[in-house]
Design a binder for this molecule. Structure first.
Ligand code: PMP
Length: 440
């Protein structure tokens, strides 16, 4: 059959040339690509982006390989997810949340936690109504664009450092010193507020919210009848403190969607498998949005994750892995102790904020325009990468414009890296000492 439509290269009528939406028109680099490029230009040790520089455990990759070889695991999965993975995630959350989970109504599998987050925003925000979502800053950089894409408006409440007698530019402080002012949180709520996002363990601060903090946030959510989006992708990584899911607090299950990530849990961020869990009334619209965003997550790696979950329960993988991360965290802290830069001790997740206020950047240092225009924190990180050969991420990227100054002195490093990588970083950072300002 041939189509007889006449093809003409002349524009017809007065239809304007399609232009991209302003949100996507700029070809500006995202912070990850930009800093990866700067790092590659000097062959820096990459402690920037939060991906593992070591391979997953063999039982995990073997699970995926066997799934790919199974003839039945290569076609569309049901949008909610493969039954085997739903069952496994259901068992995990029944333990984690101490309640029975109905995997056929209270769970959905997603293309990574990112897509689970977007699905929740898409499902619960209406375009054109000015509906607001409260984010605590620093906030994982995907939240804001996802809220805007879903027609919502992000409203920011920063965590504020309250470290009593300590000076964060000179002293090591605790991630617990980053506090949420509950009055400030409540004051940010308007009649348009619909959702509060609670990220614990927190990227990039490493803060693990305490029961008391979560109770206070929960009470505010209940008072204003808000949905809680609990981003708990680092639930399995806490060091000496307990991770509490806000959904386990009295009255919170009903208003909470909890999001998680196989990428984080099993060290396979490229597999793009995540999940959402919550009451059926909240998961059903989340699943409907997911079905229209990506339809379904990939089949073989869902099977791989299902098998990994099952084996992880048998070989105590999550506990062993957590100890390995704690060792890497301690190593990174020791490196900065040695060079004399203070940091924020992370109680969870795999990032550490280092306070680099003591580094003296020469006044005539040459910064490229794409860094210069992003402000002081980008300049600090650029200088750090170029001069010391170790890359990090500028945490101002995790802030709205009015609050960026709160992070100007910090650099975020990820410690999901090999021992060799950390040793190499330690060597490179020896050169840092000569740039430290005299501190009294
Ligand atoms: N939430 C937070 C706080 C994260 O740090 C990340 C990944 N960096 C995600 C969600 C996304 O997880 P995934 O890779 O499963 O999409």
């Amino acid at each position: 059959m041939s189509l007889s439509t006449k093809v003409t290269s002349e524009p017809q009528g007065r239809r304007p040339t399609p232009v991209p939406s302003p949100q996507y028109a700029s070809n500006g680099l995202d912070v990850w690509t930009m800093m990866n490029q700067v790092a590659a230009s000097v062959n820096a040790v990459n402690l920037g982006q939060g991906y593992m520089s070591y391979p997953p455990k063999e039982f995990i990759t073997r699970a995926a390989q066997s799934a790919l070889e199974e003839n039945t695991h290569n076609q569309y999965a049901p949008p909610r997810g493969r039954p085997g993975l739903l069952e496994q995630v259901g068992i995990h959350f029944a333990n984690r949340l101490s309640r029975p989970i109905d995997a056929s109504t209270e769970l959905s599998i997603h293309a990574g936690a990112n897509e689970a987050l977007l699905s929740v925003f898409t499902a619960f925000l209406e375009h054109g109504k000015g509906q607001e979502v409260i984010l605590m800053e620093p906030a994982f950089d995907q939240y804001t664009p996802n809220i805007i894409m879903s027609g919502g408006k992000p409203v920011y409440v920063p965590l504020r450092v309250q470290s009593a007698d300590k000076d964060p530019s000179k002293d090591v402080i605790s991630s617990h010193d980053w506090k949420l002012d509950m009055d400030e949180l409540e004051a940010a709520i308007t009649e348009n507020t619909r959702i509060i996002v609670v990220n614990t363990p927190h990227n990039p601060v490493g803060k693990v919210f305490t029961r008391e903090e979560l109770e206070q946030i929960g009470a505010i959510a209940a008072r204003h009848n808000l949905l809680i989006l609990a981003d708990e992708v680092y639930e399995h990584l806490t060091f000496g403190v307990e991770h509490i899911s806000i959904a386990t607090l009295p009255g919170m299950w009903e208003r909470t969607v909890t999001v998680g990530s196989a990428g984080k849990m099993f060290g396979v961020t490229g597999w793009r498998v995540g999940w959402s869990v919550g009451p059926a009334e909240l998961i059903q619209p989340t699943l409907s949005a997911h079905t229209r965003i990506v339809f379904t997550s990939n089949t073989p790696l869902q099977e791989g994750v299902a098998s990994a979950f099952k084996q992880a329960r048998e070989n105590d993988f999550l506990n062993v892995q957590c100890q390995e991360y704690e060792r890497r965290r301690n190593r990174l802290m020791a490196i900065f102790d040695d060079v004399g830069l203070p940091y924020v001790v992370p109680d969870g997740a795999y990032y550490m904020l280092v306070n680099a206020a003591a580094i003296k950047i020469p006044s005539d240092y040459d910064f490229p325009a794409f860094i210069e225009e992003r402000g002081a924190n980008f300049k600090l990180v650029y200088f750090f990468i170029k001069e010391f050969g170790v890359s990090g991420i500028p945490p101002t990227e995790f802030y709205s414009e009015p609050h960026k100054h709160l992070a100007n002195d910090y650099i975020r490093f990820a410690f999901c890296k090999t021992d060799e990588g950390l040793d190499e970083a330690a060597k490179c950072l020896q050169s840092l000492k000569r740039y430290l300002k005299e501190t009294s």
